[in-house]
Design a protein around this ligand. Structure first.
Ligand code: SF4
Length: 318
């Protein structure tokens, strides 16, 4: 598979009066063309900040002290803002967390979609409307949605309007941050199906951030597990679910409910603070497999099988 996006040792920090909060602290990963990559982990592990860093949509006090992001070989973080702006929407688009609540309730969908298109493309209103209609059609919504106000739509439908907005200029990659949070199960299913269709019908690469592992199981080809600002495991969805290697991945999966599994275990302890990550392996205070070395040295992310990488001393990590 061709690599469409490559992240190298990306760090995204927040300046605070107590020092830097190191939300993303040296992430490297590849996104392959035409795949759906899931980014998973508990709240606060840095998954949303990672996407904001990749797309350079963060605001002070957030900053990037180090790292590279290459999109089709273009060094994104070195691009002047005006150049980067040309890529957003057209090449790389974004459906932010809670985006269904970001629509203005008193402005019709048509105006909101077309304003977005016209601010990124030098085309006529009529052409923009055609693009809006086509995008709505891609997510299975009828044209008369354009005439509606957001308050006339359910949360799930508003979320799909936001996905449609992200598609208007035919992007190559869509980043969706928690796209089904807060929706009922029927709308969750529908919206995941919509994201799956983006890849299956339109060949769009999707990067989906979600804390819910079941959501990743539904549509992702590969999953990247994050913890404490780092990637701990990456692999195909089948491998991650059938044979999780990293103790943290095992813990995450033990907390996913199913009919067979009534005694959910979860992970003991709390996620650490980005102001002071634990020494050595950042997961060691919560890990039941920890060894002496785990408190002293940080394991590196290493390929342990083709397409499967883990950062843990149980599998190498030096
Ligand atoms: Fe547990 Fe050690 Fe592996 Fe970290 S490196 S996950 S503490 S066994």
């Amino acid at each position: 598979m061709n690599t469409i996006l490559e992240v190298e040792n990306l760090k995204v920090y927040f300046k605070t009066i107590l020092g830097d909060a190191k939300s993303v602290d040296g992430v490297s990963l590849k996104v392959f063309e035409g795949e759906i990559l899931g980014i998973a982990g508990e709240s606060g592990c840095g998954k949303s900040t990672l996407v904001e860093g990749i797309l350079k949509i963060y605001k002070p006090p957030c900053y990037i002290p180090e790292g590279k992001v290459y999109y089709k070989g273009i060094d994104l973080l070195s691009l002047p803002e005006e150049e980067f702006r040309k890529l957003r929407w057209k090449e790389l688009s974004y459906v932010p967390q809670g985006s269904m609540n970001s629509l203005n309730p008193v402005i019709k969908i048509e105006e909101q979609m077309i304003d977005g298109i016209l601010s990124h493309a030098d085309i006529t209103y009529r052409e923009a409307k055609e693009l809006a209609l086509s995008a709505l059609n891609s997510v299975g919504m009828p044209p008369d949605v354009l005439e509606m106000y957001p308050h006339e739509l359910s949360g799930g439908m508003r979320q799909r309007v936001c996905i449609a907005m992200s598609l208007c200029l035919n992007p190559k990659i869509v980043f969706a941050d928690e796209p089904i949070t807060g929706l009922d199960v029927v709308m969750q299913k529908l919206n995941l199906q919509t994201l799956g269709d983006l890849r299956d019908k339109y060949g769009i690469t999707v990067v989906m951030v979600a804390h819910d592992m079941a959501c990743h199981a539904e549509i992702c080809d590969r999953i990247c597990i994050m913890y404490a600002g780092k990637v701990l495991e990456v692999g195909s969805t089948i491998d991650i679910f059938s044979d999780p290697l990293h103790p943290y991945t095992k813990g995450l999966l033990s907390a996913v409910p199913s009919l067979e599994k009534r005694n959910l275990k979860g992970i003991p302890g709390l996620a650490p603070s980005p102001l002071e990550w634990p020494s050595g392996c950042r997961f060691h205070p919560r890990c039941s497999y920890r060894m002496k070395i785990c408190e002293e040295e940080e394991p590196v992310l290493e390929e342990v099988q083709p397409g499967r990488s883990v950062a843990c001393f149980l599998y190498g990590g030096r």
